[in-house]
Design a protein around this ligand. Sequence first.
Ligand code: LLP
Length: 432
Amino acid sequence: MFVSDHLGINQQHHLTIGGVDTIELAEQFHTPLFVMDEDKIRDHCRQFRHSIEEYYQGAGLVCYASKAFCCKQMYRIAKEEGIGTDVVSMGELYTAMSVDFPVEKICYHGNNKTPQELEYALECGVGRIVVDNLSELHLLNDLAGNMGKKAVILLRVTPGIDAHTHQFIRTGQLDSKFGLAIELGLAMEAIKQAIQLPHIVLDGIHCHIGSQIFDIDPFEHAAEVMLSLIAEVQTTLDFSLKTLNLGGGFGIQYTDSDDPVAYDCYMKRVSEVVKKKATELGLPLPYIIIEPGRSIVGPAGITLYTVGNIKEIPNIRKYLAVDGGMTDNPRYALYQAEYNFLIANRADAPKDDTVTVAGRCCESGDLLGEHIKLQSAQVGDILAVCATGAYNYAMSSHYNRVAKPAVIMVSGGVAKEVVRRETLEDLTRFDI
Ligand code: LLP
C-alpha cells in the first residue's frame, strides 16, 4: 500500500512516519506541513557513501545535491554523515557555510554564475567550482588572479546522452543550456584553454545527464564517454584529469508503477565500467564524485494538508481542495508529476473514490493530481502526499502571498521543527 517502508498505520488508523503519528503532527504544527524522516535521509547518505567504498577501489565522494532540499539542518546531516554537497547559488553556499560545512567537500555549480558568486565561492575556498562555459572560465581566472588565488575546477561537459526522463529535467544531450558539448569539440577546446590559464587548476570533468532516471545503462554509457575524453586528453595533451564527477539523477518511487533500483546498484555497475574502461585505456582510476539529490531526500518526506472545500461536478469530476498546492509543490503543474495520496486519519480505509486534488491558488492549473484514487474524504480530513522530500519545499513560492509551510524532521520517534512556518510579517519583510 505504501511506496516507502518508513510509513505505517497505528491503532488509531492514522498514518505514521518514522513511528510518529501524522495527525498529532498536523495538530501540533498545523498544515500544510512537510514532514521528513531524518533517519531515512541518513540511511540514504550512508548507502551512497558505502556503495563507493564497497564497489569502487579508486577513492570517491558523494556530494548531496542540495537544490533538492536545502536548509541548515540538511547540511548538518550531510556533514555528520561524512558526505559533501553540491551548491548552485550564493544562497545555498551561504547556508552550508553557516553550519561550517567542510569547504573542500563542496562543488559549486551553475550555468550562469555571476562575478559576485564566483568571488564568494573563491573567498569561501570551495573544493571545486564546476565551470560551465568558456566565458565563465576566463572570468574565473581573472577573478582568482585579482584575489591572489587559484581556482580548482571541473569542466562541465555534455556527453551527448539522451536519458529517458521528462524533457525539462534532461541535461546530458547536445541541445542543452548546460555545459560544453564533447561532440562539437567544445569540451576539448575548454580543456586546452583551462590548462594554460595561470589561476586555474583543472582537476577534472563533470557531467549530469538528467534526473529521475531508472535505467542504469545511460549512466554506464556516460561513464564510458567521460573516460574516453580523459584518455584523449591524456594522449593528445599529456594532461591527467584526476576527478570524474558523474552527477546525480537516480530515480525514486513516487507511485506503484515506479520501480527504482537499489541505490548501491548504481555504483556497482558504474564502477565496473570505469574500472574496465580505465584498464583498457591505460588510465589510473579517477577520483569519482556522484551527486544524488532526489534519492537522498525525496522518499523521506511527506506533505500533510487539511481538506477544505469538496466540489462535485456531476458526470465530470470531484475536486478536493487543500490548504496548500502549487506554492508548496509545483511539480504537477510543471511536469505532470504523479504522487501517492492518502487520507492520513483513515489510512487503512479502502481507496474507493476518485478525485482531483486542487490547491488554493487563483489558478486553474494549481492541481496536485488528477484522477487520484483516494479514501472518501470529508472536510477537515488530513491528506498526505508521499515522497515529497525533494524539489517541493525547495521549489516553493510565495504566489498569492501564501506563506511557506514549516518543515519537521522526525528521528527516533521524536519530531523537531527544522524550518519554521512563515508568518505574515515574514511575507511583508522586504516591502518598502
Ligand atoms: N547534479 C547536478 C549538476 C544537477 O543539476 C542535479 C539536478 C543533480 C546533481 C541532482 O539530481 P537528482 O539526483 O536530484 O536527480 N526540479 C526537478 C529536478 C531538477 C533537477 C536539477 N538538477 C524535479 O522536480 O523533478
